[in-house]
Design a protein around this ligand. Structure first.
Ligand SMILES: [Zn+2]
Length: 212
């Protein structure tokens, strides 16, 4: 087996395909790869840094390392693509910290504006591989926006469920992706138009599904 779920506390192993969030001992699970069976090299990953092609995952800074991320059929990968965000050199910061060279990696240039896209591409890909019909999360903002954006790319999913209260900026992104809000509307400050739209959706007077 190329990869298994391995308990970070006791070392117990479980099949990767098993829907399980914790070990029987309560420990968290990590994806453990059989590195000996993988033919990996620096050259392999470097060569993919300028890879292109019709499939978005070929331009992903996450799936560039796909053997180390998740062993999954490439046809199942859900990517926008993400990662590969630029480094911006900053001479001013370099002077301030006393280094000859200093650069800032701008994760805000991911598809939904946050680093959460890096994990979400893997999470939604695996949900798709496991035959999930919907994805859900509790979020205060960018996780929900990211899940909604990636969930919208999967024709199998009926929608995304956002169980918390994202800020207005992220809320807009989630709405565009077709998210159902199980919201905490009373707890958030929203522009009047957006609030009335959400209340209409909640009351069933307007569909939340992008594709309906
Ligand atoms: Zn354990």
């Amino acid at each position: 087996m190329v990869a298994v779920l391995r308990c970070m506390e006791c070392g117990n192993k479980y099949p990767l395909e098993e829907t399980r969030f914790r070990c029987d001992c309560g420990g968290l699970l990590d994806v453990s790869h059989d590195l000996g069976s993988l033919r990996l090299s620096r050259g392999l990953f470097d060569g993919r840094s300028c890879e292109c092609g019709p499939e978005p995952w070929r331009r992903s800074g996450v799936w560039r390392f796909r053997e180390l991320v998740l062993p999954v059929d490439e046809d199942l990968i859900v990517s926008r693509p993400e990662g590969g965000t630029p480094l911006y050199r900053s001479p001013a910061l370099a002077r301030w910290v006393g280094l000859a060279w200093f650069a800032v990696k701008h994760e805000g240039e991911n598809p939904t504006g946050s680093f959460k896209d890096r994990g979400m591409t893997v999470g939604v890909t695996w949900a798709k591989a496991m035959g999930a019909k919907a994805v859900a999360c509790a979020s205060t903002g960018n996780t929900a926006a990211s899940m909604a954006a990636y969930g919208a790319l999967t024709p199998e999913a009926e929608g995304d469920f956002d169980a918390a209260a994202p800020g207005p900026g992220y809320l807009g992104g989630s709405l565009r992706s077709g998210t159902l809000f199980l919201e905490l509307l009373e707890r958030v400050s929203l522009p009047p138009g957006l609030r009335s739209l959400l209340e209409e959706i909640r009351a069933g007077r307007r569909s939340w599904r992008k594709r309906s």
